[in-house]
Design a protein around this ligand. Structure first.
Ligand code: SF4
Ligand code: ZN
Ligand code: ZN
Length: 313
């Protein structure tokens, strides 16, 4: 049987067919293509300034650890001031402990400083304790709706504390287009420009977020992690279960299989919609939360109002 050669280097055997582009790639060229794409994304959206202190939000999963490895590698090309990793310990017994241990191990290997903040120290409750209260209240709120809001705030608090000027999150292309579809389904059109790969409105007290993996398919991030031998947590969170997002994920995967390139086409459409809406969305001036001082649209931030509910339950 004749072996198929890599269409990029022409000297090594191909192992992966990139169906949306037709390229057949060897492992080395595949890895380089991912790093090049991340570099291109960073400069396309001007994600970093030369003196940024970048805090990579590391959960311990494949996406965030791949991002950390890629940024640690391309840090040499970008004259970045420094890179550190930040992790939120939500307090999910039997799940997050293992993830944190794996995250720390990767940081040690890459010689990247690692900072951790827990829900318990910041809010007084672990997520497990919040879930117990939610069950008792029959409020219909899901663990993820609490966790998402509380983690967002925790990341900002920790990033500010360690002097970070950017938070890099590991959202990949699949995450981005799922969110786009969810916003359309829910009619949350004004959210579309706010979920861009870079959060460019500078607000005091809010560390801007960037998503350097936003143009990489999820399956290619996974492949990158495996080929690099990155140790990551494979078990899903016991509370995971955003039903509609999962259905959208499955539908998009089926479409991509049948019509390669669909995901990138949806991504480009989202970019066009954002561009068209750029000046039409009113700029929100943030105030300080009356309870915790974090930036917020109203008088009390969403995290504090969710915590108030919990304490009242
Ligand atoms: Fe939090 Fe939900 Fe993610 Fe679990 S799946 S870590 S509960 S947002
Ligand atoms: Zn090659
Ligand atoms: Zn608050």
């Amino acid at each position: 049987m004749t072996s198929v050669m890599c269409t990029v280097c022409g000297v090594r055997e191909a192992f992966y067919l990139r169906s949306y582009s037709g390229e057949k790639l060897c492992a080395k060229c595949f890895l380089e293509s991912i790093e090049d794409r991340v570099r291109a994304t960073i400069s396309k959206y001007s994600m970093f300034k030369f003196n940024d202190r970048i805090a990579v939000a590391v959960s311990g999963g494949k996406d965030s650890l791949s991002l950390l490895h890629i940024l640690a590698r391309i840090e040499r090309d970008f004259p970045l001031a420094s890179l550190c990793a930040i992790t939120v310990d939500e307090g999910i017994a039997g799940y997050r402990d293992e993830a944190i241990e794996i995250a720390s191990e990767n940081c040690r290997e890459l010689r990247v400083e690692h900072f951790i903040i827990s829900f318990k120290e910041l809010y007084g409750f672990t997520l497990d304790e919040i879930v117990e209260r939610l069950k008792a209240s029959k409020s219909g709120m899901t663990p993820c709706s609490y966790c998402g809001v509380l983690r967002r705030k925790a990341l900002n608090v920790l990033a500010m504390k360690v002097g970070a000027t950017k938070i890099a999150t590991a959202h990949n292309l699949d995450d981005e287009i799922q969110t786009f579809m969810l916003n359309i389904i829910h009619g949350d059109i004004l959210r579309i420009p706010r979920t861009s790969p870079t959060f460019d409105e500078e607000e005091p007290g809010l560390v801007p977020r960037v998503k350097p993996l936003c143009e990489i398919l999820e399956k290619e991030v996974t492949l990158y992690a495996y080929l690099k031998g990155i140790r990551f947590q494979e078990n899903p969170c016991p509370y995971a279960g955003e039903a509609l997002r999962n259905d959208i994920r499955n539908t998009l995967n089926r479409l991509e299989e049948k019509h390669p390139g669909t995901k990138y086409k949806i991504y480009r459409s989202a970019e066009k919609v954002r561009e068209a809406m750029r000046d039409k969305v009113p700029r929100i001036t943030l105030k300080k939360c009356q309870l915790c001082g974090e930036p917020t649209v109203g008088d009390i931030c969403r995290a504090c109002s969710l915590l108030k509910n919990i304490k009242m339950l």
